[in-house]
Design a protein around this ligand. Structure first.
Ligand SMILES: Nc1ncnc2c1ncn2[C@@H]1O[C@H](COP(=O)(O)OP(=O)(O)OP(=O)(O)O)[C@@H](O)[C@H]1O
Length: 948
């Protein structure tokens, strides 16, 4: 609280002295922005002080002597003149000056108005009258500036109140110790000559100034000191001149220039000392003025009255007025100076206050330190007490823990006992439940066993009953059979007997006795049979034995059948080999509706109702030079020739044995060769073509073989060789011609693997239709016309057949390849260009190389050169031996294992019936004849190619 009391007043003190005021004071000291001129310019300083004490708005800076506001009437000076003794408050502005001392800093600039008002006196005659001021009035109270001055009474101003400003200004009010040594350097005041003459009533002037009409006097811009300096200069000049030459001043208008201004003590309580000399100012040369006035002197008065030197009254009046105004001005300056001093005093008092507050703060600080020490002691005591309390608390805690531990142990013990009791009870319950459940289970088990026994006995009874029924049925059947047989025999016998009886009718009657005896014998036999049960049971046993023998015989027969199936396979293979491992069928397609009969080629089938192996193609009529008309007959012979009326079913009958070979574990290759539009696709891939029929047959055969222990799985691929590239027709159509597939051969197992290819498991015969549709769809995506694409590429349908006999442990792996070759038309006839030309070249290269390879193979030279490398198709018909050689032909490479060793090949050569295609037809047939004449692995067969 004490501290607060110390601080609060300080705050209020601060608030009373705004920083702005302090700044302005500082700036005033350094002569910047304050409007205070450098030393020697009292007017500005006064202005500054006036600003300090006046709250009026700040006017624009102006010359204090030239600016004469209208608000300041001259009457003020006149009023002051009337009261010459009251110098302390010469004007109405004075109270303002004093009462605003406290707000000095904030009102410094606003004092301009009042100052200006004061300086509105037209002349400096009203500015110096300091000497008239009584000593008491000069000793201005310190509080005259501040509001703290009590009751507005004057308090003696400290002796140093003017020191600072007097020294700072370096001009006026220079001497210390009050007004006694006050000397003025009124450099800023233009003082009219002669205005320093002491009024008669108040003092004596030692010099009499000249009237104000002199030019120098009118120069109001000159300061008083300058005037005085001039006076000195002139004075000395005049003195010297008067001394030297004795001549008088040529200018009688400025006699005051040679005077030095001094105020006698009687004139002012302060001692006016001689004003320090100022630098001389150059003035125009004037005529000398007489030093002393005489009656003869002609002097111009202030009123510009010439010759009024002796008008003492008016001169005194003028001087008096001037002096009054001068005193007022000096007064004003003094007051302003007081203002400044008071400001300084305010700051000094402020400093004192601050020091006081600092002392207070120091005291407070000491008090606080003492208090802090006390508090520290209290804190130490409190800490000690806290430690004590903590110790007590720890002891109490320890006791509590011990107590709780004991309690806990007792609780644990009791709970353990409870737990043991509960556990024991629980165990007892469990034992009871176990016993209960065991007895229930036993009961249940016994019931189930009983039920089982009943069921077993029932089933045994049922079985026995059914066995008995079966036996009775069998017996009935046997007896019925016997009866039937007996009836038959009896009928026969009866017939015979009737016949005999008819023949022996006579004998019957004769032998009636014999018959009767026979009847009796029969009756005796019946009786015997009825009585011979033992014999019947023995007969039943014999029958049973016979049945068991029959079963054994059946098993033996089945085993024999399986052996015969294996033998059949071997024999079938041998038969196929005997037929030739490469067989060639020729098929002529029928003419279409769009093809008129006149455009058809004349073809004959000489043995169509016999072996159906030959075909004659008659050329166009040719006239010889002798006029004979003849037609060229091209006769070809193959393994089978199908005329246009042959249906797919009949064609398939011929190849079904090859399909059977695939099931038996052989690699079979069936391909169609021929020009575009000759019916290859129709034969191979149409709805009732070879592919669907082959798959159907395989299914049927596989099902039939199941009862012989065979289980078959079928997996299908469909690939295309287009421009010597391999494509997957069951894959993504977008990858056609882009994705690369490789053909890899497993030489040891004789298997062909194609990389990255889709394999479809054929679980049903219908799946093959899906495969064919997908392949056709993919081809249609790859080409604008599906037919075009199919014409320009080889397609291969690969069916892998894997069979296992779970009885015999046999295993078979066969492959059926159904190949639809590209159109075989000649390059020269196709007229193809660009991409088509490239395709045709590829196709022809494959096919012609195929012929070469076949021809080479046909020569049958083991180890002889086979031109496999010439074409991929070479692999198609080459032996296993041949396929070991590297080749670029994808197609033949692909079919490598289907053409050699255990492979069987069937080639369809397709023929178009059109005359326009005759040339291509003949070429195809000649090529097929080459193939037909090739024999791989079996006895070479001869075939004829007859030109007649
Ligand atoms: N045996 C036939 N019975 C009825 N029509 C047939 C027979 N053979 C072919 N055709 C028809 O002849 C036309 C051409 O047959 P296909 O498309 O099979 O010839 P292609 O040799 O496969 O031609 P490409 O080489 O262009 O594929 C088809 O319209 C087809 O239906």
């Amino acid at each position: 609280m004490e501290d607060e009391n110390m601080i609060q007043p300080r705050a209020s003190t601060r608030s009373r002295i705004p920083q702005a005021g302090l700044r302005e004071m500082t700036s005033a000291t350094t002569n910047s922005r304050s409007g205070i001129l450098p030393p020697g310019s009292i007017a500005n300083k006064a202005t500054s002080v006036s600003r300090t004490n006046c709250a009026l708005p700040i006017p624009a800076p102006r010359d204090p002597l030239t600016s004469i506001p209208a608000t300041r009437p001259k009457a003020t000076n006149q009023q002051e003149v009337k009261r010459p003794g009251s110098i302390s408050r010469p004007s109405a502005g004075a109270p303002n000056l004093h009462t605003r001392g406290n707000s000095y800093s904030s009102s410094t600039m606003s004092r301009m108005g009042s100052t200006t008002t004061r300086s509105t006196n037209p002349s400096l005659s009203s500015s110096i009258s300091y000497g008239n001021r009584p000593a008491s009035s000069i000793s201005r109270p310190q509080s005259s500036i501040g509001s703290r001055r009590p009751n507005g009474t004057s308090i003696s101003r400290p002796a140093t109140s003017l020191d600072t400003h007097a020294e700072d200004a370096g001009t006026i009010l220079g001497k210390r110790k009050g007004m006694e040594q006050l000397s003025f350097s009124f450099s800023h005041i233009s003082c009219p000559p002669g205005s320093f003459q002491k009024p008669p009533a108040n003092g004596v002037m030692d010099r009499v100034s000249r009237p104000p009409s002199t030019p120098g006097f009118e120069d109001q811009s000159l300061g008083l000191s300058q005037c005085i300096s001039r006076m000195r200069v002139d004075d000395s000049r005049e003195t010297s001149s008067s001394r030297g030459s004795g001549a008088s001043d040529p200018n009688p208008l400025i006699p005051w220039r040679s005077q030095s201004l001094s105020v006698t003590p009687s004139f002012s309580p302060s001692k006016v000392t001689r004003i320090p000399s100022m630098p001389p100012r150059k003035t125009p040369r004037r005529p000398p003025v007489p030093l002393f006035l005489s009656k003869e002197s002609s002097v111009t008065t202030f009123d510009n009255k010439l010759g009024a030197e002796w008008d003492q009254e008016s001169r005194e009046k003028a001087i008096d007025e001037f002096f009054t105004s001068f005193v007022a001005r000096v007064n004003q300056q003094g007051q302003e100076s007081f203002g400044l001093k008071e400001t300084v005093e305010v700051y000094k008092s402020r400093i004192a206050e601050l020091e006081k507050s600092r002392d207070g703060l120091n005291e407070t600080n000491i008090t606080l330190r003492v208090e802090t020490e006390g508090l520290k002691n209290q804190l130490n005591a409190a800490e000690d007490a806290l430690k004590e309390a903590r110790r007590d608390h720890e002891i109490a805690l320890g006791d509590l823990e011990r107590r709780q531990r004991v309690e806990m142990e007792s609780i644990q013990q009791s709970s353990r006992q409870d737990h043991d009791v509960l556990h024991q009870r629980h165990q007892d319950e469990i034992q009871d439940l176990k016993r209960k459940f065991a007895s229930e289970i036993e009961d249940h088990k016994a019931a189930k066993v009983r039920e089982l026994g009943q069921l077993t006995s029932q089933s045994a009874l049922e079985t026995q009953r059914s066995t008995i029924e079966l036996q009775s049925k069998e017996r009935e059947l046997a007896s019925l059979r016997n009866e039937v047989e007996g009836m038959k025999a009896e009928v026969d016998r009866e017939r015979k007997m009737v016949h005999d009886l008819r023949q022996n009718l006579d004998m019957a009657s004769a032998n009636s006795v014999t018959l009767e005896s026979t009847i009796r014998a029969l009756k005796a036999r019946i009786e015997f049979l009825e009585g011979g049960r033992e014999e019947q049971s023995q007969a039943f046993e014999r029958c049973n034995q016979e049945m068991m023998d029959a079963l054994v015989e059946t098993e033996a027969t089945k085993e024999k059948l399986r052996r015969e199936e294996t033998l059949r396979r071997k024999l079938h293979n041998q038969v196929q080999e005997l037929k030739g491992n490469i067989r060639v069928f020729c098929r002529v397609r029928p003419s279409l509706h769009s093809e008129p009969a006149s455009e058809l080629t004349d073809m004959q089938y000489p043995d169509q109702f016999d072996d159906a192996k030959e075909i004659n193609i008659l050329g166009p009529e040719e006239k010889s030079s002798l006029g004979n008309v003849s037609r060229k007959n091209n006769n070809f012979s193959f393994d089978r020739v199908f005329n246009p009326s042959t249906q797919n079913a009949e064609v398939f009958d011929e190849i079904s044995q090859l399909v059977q070979s695939a099931l038996d574990g052989y690699n079979v290759c069936i391909f169609c060769y021929g020009q575009t539009g000759s019916g290859k696709t129709y034969t191979m891939s149409s709805q009732d073509g070879m592919i669907p029929r082959a798959v159907h047959q395989i299914y049927q055969t596989a099902q039939g073989l199941e009862e012989k222990g065979w289980r078959y799985t079928m997996a299908g691929n469909f690939v295309e060789v287009y421009n010597e590239n391999l494509n997957d027709l069951l894959g993504n159509p977008d990858e056609l011609d882009k994705k690369k597939h490789e053909i890899r051969h497993d030489m040891q197992r004789g298997k062909t693997i194609i990389t990255d290819i889709n394999t479809v498991q054929l679980d049903s015969p219908e799946m093959v239709e899906t495969i064919l549709q997908n392949a056709a769809a993919n081809r249609s995506v790859a080409a604008t016309k599906a037919n075009e694409r199919s014409s320009r590429s080889h397609s291969v349908f690969i069916l892998k057949l894997t069979g296992e006999n779970h009885i015999t442990g046999e295993r078979s792996e066969g492959t059926l390849n159904l190949v639809d070759l590209a159109g075989s038309e000649r390059l020269s006839h196709s007229g193809a260009t660009g991409e088509r030309l490239k395709e045709t070249q590829n196709i022809n290269r494959s096919l012609s190389s195929l012929g070469d390879v076949i021809a080479a193979l046909g020569q049958g030279k083991d180890g002889g050169h086979i031109p496999y490398r010439n074409s991929k198709v070479c692999f198609l018909l080459g032996s296993l031996q041949a396929f070991l050689a590297l080749t670029l032909d994808q197609l033949t490479y692909l079919l490598q294992f289907s053409l050699g060793g255990n492979s069987k090949t069937l080639m369809f050569v397709m023929v178009s019936p059109l005359q326009a295609h005759m040339s291509e037809t003949l070429t195809s047939l000649k090529f097929a004849t080459k193939v037909h004449n090739t024999h791989i692995g079996t006895a070479k067969r001869q075939a004829r190619v007859r030109d007649s």
